[in-house]
Design a protein around this ligand. Structure first.
Ligand code: IPD
Ligand code: CA
Ligand code: CA
Length: 263
């Protein structure tokens, strides 16, 4: 497999898909709910996923594709080459704000991350990495993430988890909120991962994410030394949903030991 060729092809598809999404700002889009009234999907999410699948299948017919909207394969193992595609991560932002959403794609071989992408469509910023080749935003190489303690950390987290809930001990999280420098919530897991990768956030925490949300970002994170795991400290699975944290290494340990307790 010529991974440089796959990289060039994946980037060209992502850029073309981004262009289509920007054009959709001038059309009327159809918005529907999925699992609940706040879980949105649009015809653009579906059309973009189909665009990826059609093109990937025509050039790489042996590759399997896991897409959020379900137009790809039923993926039950990561043997061979697998593309994990989220055509719009941050659909609620796409619908309400027309900004702060991304395309994210991860390409894995036998479960090992080879290529990863997070494309901030509105800012035209492509975060990308090839295994062992460093991480880039557009043509600029990103440095290693380095360290920070909780007291100087900016942490990405959804305020929903600070209220009593069935997933996580919210009281411990409240201590974290009081002790860290600040929190932010952007509404796109992929962009929040990109912000940790590029040092705009020190950590990002989520109680539940799907494989397509994190697959691309995990490949890029590895290249800059940011640590991903579930909130119980294991490597996140790319076949099931997971709790999730991505952080600078020592902060990762500090947050898991002192502030995070799953129920
Ligand atoms: C969602 C976003 C959101 C995260 C959700 C995801 P979607 O993805 O990343 O920030 O909190 O868990 O499902 O549905 O917009 O692709
Ligand atoms: Ca998503
Ligand atoms: Ca999505």
């Amino acid at each position: 497999m010529d991974w440089n060729e796959v990289d060039r092809y994946a980037k060209s598809l992502i850029k073309e898909a981004g262009h289509k999404i920007r054009l959709s700002f001038y059309q009327r889009i159809q918005v529907e709910s999925k699992s609940n009234v706040n879980d949105l999907v649009t015809n653009i999410d579906q059309e973009i996923e189909q665009f990826f699948i059609r093109h990937i299948q025509s050039v790489y017919p042996t590759h399997q594709i896991l897409g959020e909207e379900g137009f790809g394969d039923q993926v039950t193992s990561l043997n061979g080459v697998t593309w994990l595609v989220d055509p719009i991560d941050g659909t609620t932002n796409f619908v309400h704000q027309k900004r702060n959403f991304a395309i994210t794609v991860g390409i894995y071989k036998d479960g090992i991350g080879m290529l990863g992408y997070i494309y901030d469509i509105v800012r035209d910023e492509l975060y990308a990495a090839k295994k062992g080749g460093g991480a880039f935003v557009n043509d600029e190489r990103l440095p290693q993430v380095g360290e920070s303690s909780v007291h100087t950390a900016m942490i990405g987290i959804n305020a929903r988890w600070l209220a009593p809930n069935q997933h996580i001990n919210h009281k411990k999280l409240l201590n974290m909120i009081q002790e860290c420098r600040g929190t932010r919530s952007y509404g796109s897991a992929a962009l929040e991962m990109a912000y940790v990768i590029s040092g705009k956030l020190d950590a990002y925490i989520s109680v539940r994410l799907s494989p397509w949300d994190i697959a691309g970002g995990m490949v890029i994170a590895k290249e800059v030394g940011a640590l991903p795991s579930s909130l119980s400290g294991e490597m996140p699975s790319l076949l099931t949903s997971n709790s999730f944290i991505l952080a600078r290494p020592k902060l990762h340990e500090e947050l898991l030991s002192n502030y995070i307790e799953l129920k």
